[in-house]
Design a binder for this molecule. Structure first.
Ligand SMILES: Cc1cc2nc3c(=O)[nH]c(=O)nc-3n(C[C@H](O)[C@H](O)[C@H](O)COP(=O)(O)O)c2cc1C
Length: 152
């Protein structure tokens, strides 16, 4: 499958998770692209050619998107592309001690993908940095359950 991984990160954790997931997808024989910047140019993302998009983002500020994923979010809001052919999943990194804004960027990206018509597959993975020092392990476990859901 042709899978695009879009990373939102401030200090590298979600980047590590996105790259690990990308490596695993490639190892399994998928055609994978991991995008960590300049995702605001939707044409360059070749979305019509993709089977699925996996958004892997942390949350910063008080529930805000990391800077590097804001152009992608803004492009979705401004252009409202028809992504109804795409399946998507969300891996959200956060910290429970932030309370109400726990993993909010992941939740916001989830809503934006759904608003563009993309079809959600699986539950959003929410990784708590406080209790999970190895977020990439959780992500690879989650990926094993997510991939079969893309078949249908
Ligand atoms: C300044 C700051 C603000 C944060 N705000 C939130 C937040 O509102 N909600 C949340 O769930 N996590 C929050 N976090 C936790 C990060 O999302 C978490 O540490 C994550 O692993 C960082 O991933 P990154 O290195 O990819 O940016 C915040 C972390 C920092 C340093």
């Amino acid at each position: 499958m042709n899978i695009l991984v879009i990373v939102g990160t401030e200090s590298g954790n979600a980047q590590m998770v996105g790259e690990t997931v990308g490596d695993e997808l490639a190892r399994l024989g998928h055609d994978v692209t991991v995008v960590e910047e300049d995702a605001g140019d939707l044409d360059a993302l070749a979305l019509p050619a993709r089977t699925a998009v996996l958004v892997c983002t942390s949350t910063h500020g008080l529930g805000e998107l990391p800077d590097n994923i804001i152009p992608f979010a803004d492009a979705l809001k401004a252009q409202t592309p028809d992504l109804s052919h795409l399946k998507y999943g969300i891996i959200a990194l956060g910290d429970q001690t932030y309370g109400e804004t726990f993993c909010k960027a992941g939740k916001d990206m989830d809503a934006l993908m759904a608003a563009s018509g993309a079809q959600k597959r699986g539950e959003r993975l929410e990784i708590d940095a406080c209790t999970q020092p190895l977020p990439d392990e959780d992500a690879v476990d989650w990926l094993k359950d997510w991939l079969p859901l893309l078949e249908g």
